[in-house]
Design a protein around this ligand. Sequence first.
Ligand code: C2E
Ligand code: MG
Ligand code: MG
Ligand code: MG
Length: 297
Amino acid sequence: QADIALYAAKEAGRNQLFFFDPLLQAETIERALLVRDLRQALEQDELVLFYQPIVDAQQHIRAVEALLRWFHPKHGMVLPGKFIPLAERNGLIVPIGKWVLETACAQLAEWQQDPEREALVIAVNISARQLSKTNFVDTVKSVLAQTGARADRLMLEITESIFQDNVNSTITKMDALRQEGVRFSLDDFGTGYSSLTYLKRLPIDHLKIDKSFVDDIFEDSSDIAIVHTIIALAKNLEIDIIAEGVETCEQMEWLQGNGCKFFQGYLFSHPLHPDKLNAILENTTLLPTKELRSSCD
Ligand code: C2E
Ligand code: MG
Ligand code: MG
Ligand code: MG
């Protein structure tokens, strides 16, 4: 018990010893236990990379986003919202993120053997903490070399949180990877540190409108204005837009009518286990949702 409390205290970020505090929040202990388990999750093969399709207006799968799932021996499936922030805080995101890159690139290399699938792109989420590592560029390059994946099929998703770091060194790294063919998208756009001035400087190819705006396009007139502004801005900068969290035909139609080219959301598909995705791709790169098309007509 005291062990756990000590552990919890460390994880809580207090770099000092302290005596067992019976009032220590149960939540803090639970989080500490989760971190303890997460340290072993990689070795014990408990992490699985799911993939969520990103489709074009014809509902052809053009890319997939890699989304991490942790199958915990006791708690079952744990979503990234529960463990990624912990991993970011204690640095575990670096080895975990490397595993994600390796796994995604191995999948790309496999698809490249098949002319039907070789054009598919995988988008991989990159935490600011990973990008801030001085060897980030080399890590990505060596994973590409080792797996044999084509750099131009890899898309890295970064968020506005990178603006808290040295933007110039971030841009230098992005440029180095873009030289290799790697593409970048800016994730969750509109939710974070406002970055309209940086947006112009950032070498990005795609911009993902956050789900919170997509949710509100029929509810909130200021969100409609924001979405219009984002789309206009992206057009000017010649950046393609991906809409996140599309759940209804109405949203899809509105977004498409207003210049959005790519879509991701439960309307098309949930994130899928790789076996399930590959079974779908086996037959076609079109999602098997005929009902969807007719219901959206
Ligand atoms: P994100 O990158 O913005 O990913 C999109 C999230 O929205 C995913 O949640 C996805 O399952 C969810 N989503 C997609 N379509 C819909 C929809 O129509 N409705 C709703 N309600 N949700 C939808 P998920 O998988 O729980 O991941 C959450 C976040 O965790 C991600 O947000 C990303 O920031 C982070 N994450 C996931 N995998 C990784 C990873 O491998 N590395 C890093 N650094 N972060 C990751
Ligand atoms: Mg993402
Ligand atoms: Mg996102
Ligand atoms: Mg999001």
